[in-house]
Design a protein around this ligand. Structure first.
Ligand SMILES: CC(C)(COP(=O)(O)OP(=O)(O)OC[C@H]1O[C@@H](n2cnc3c(N)ncnc32)[C@H](O)[C@@H]1OP(=O)(O)O)[C@@H](O)C(=O)NCCC(=O)NCCS
Length: 187
């Protein structure tokens, strides 16, 4: 599965999770242990401007769901840490949405980690890992039309708009990156 051109290998963990490292980041499967980190991340209104609001129970549900998705589908959301310092920067990774039967690559970072290319670096690693390890024809990202920073990340990854859609009751652009299509490799 992880041949010479198979992308980042990742290190398997218990419960089917994978730890993936890049030049600057280490990414670990989300679990309920991350509840304080996720609450702190979502306390910043700059971070949540385009995200679905979550209360304590909502966070916990999502964290349990991440753990279950790693176990059942071999993919899931991750915590993004800075390598070396170990500082928690945000969340990313992959998530299967049953209403679309599509796998999304996600990104949400603490505001003090913006502007350094971390979201792009994290998402690129999961796209490469996903194409190498999952039987998925394309990956998506559902982005509010006004979320310019997120649209820039999608464009930097070579994603393009597949369709407009509704996501959690809001209008979004559904970006996609298809397997085998040439990617625009800008920073
Ligand atoms: C969306 C979000 C993750 C984007 O963060 P970001 O820091 O702009 O994105 P990146 O990590 O890819 O950083 C890119 C920026 O860092 C700069 N950069 C610096 N060093 C870089 C490097 N080594 N590689 C790439 N970019 C680098 C780029 O020039 C770019 O700046 P630009 O946008 O002015 O061109 C962030 O705004 C966020 O967390 N928002 C709140 C949550 C959210 O809305 N998530 C998306 C829901 S769909």
């Amino acid at each position: 599965m992880n041949g010479a051109d198979a992308g980042p290998a990742g290190v398997p963990e218990a419960h089917g999770g994978v730890v993936l490292s890049t030049a600057r980041l280490e990414m670990r499967p989300l679990s309920p242990a991350y509840l304080p980190h996720m609450r702190a991340l979502y306390e910043d209104p700059r971070v949540t401007e385009f995200l679905v609001a979550l209360d304590e129970a909502g966070h916990l549900r999502r964290l349990i769901e991440a753990e279950e998705m790693w176990a059942s589908r071999g993919l899931g959301r991750v915590a993004i840490h800075e390598r070396g310092s170990g500082r928690f920067l945000g969340r990313g990774g992959l998530h299967h949405w049953p209403q679309f039967d599509e796998v999304e690559v996600g990104w949400a970072l603490r505001a003090d980690a913006w502007g350094r290319g971390f979201a792009t670096e994290a998402a690129r690693a999961w796209l490469e890992w996903g194409f190498a390890n999952l039987d998925v024809p394309y990956f998506t990202a559902y982005i509010a039309p006004d979320n310019a920073a997120s649209r820039s990340v999608a464009a930097r990854l070579g994603m393009s708009v597949l369709r407009t859609d509704t996501f959690h009751g809001r209008d979004v652009l559904a970006y996609a990156l298809h397997r085998g299509r040439p990617r625009r490799q800008t920073s």
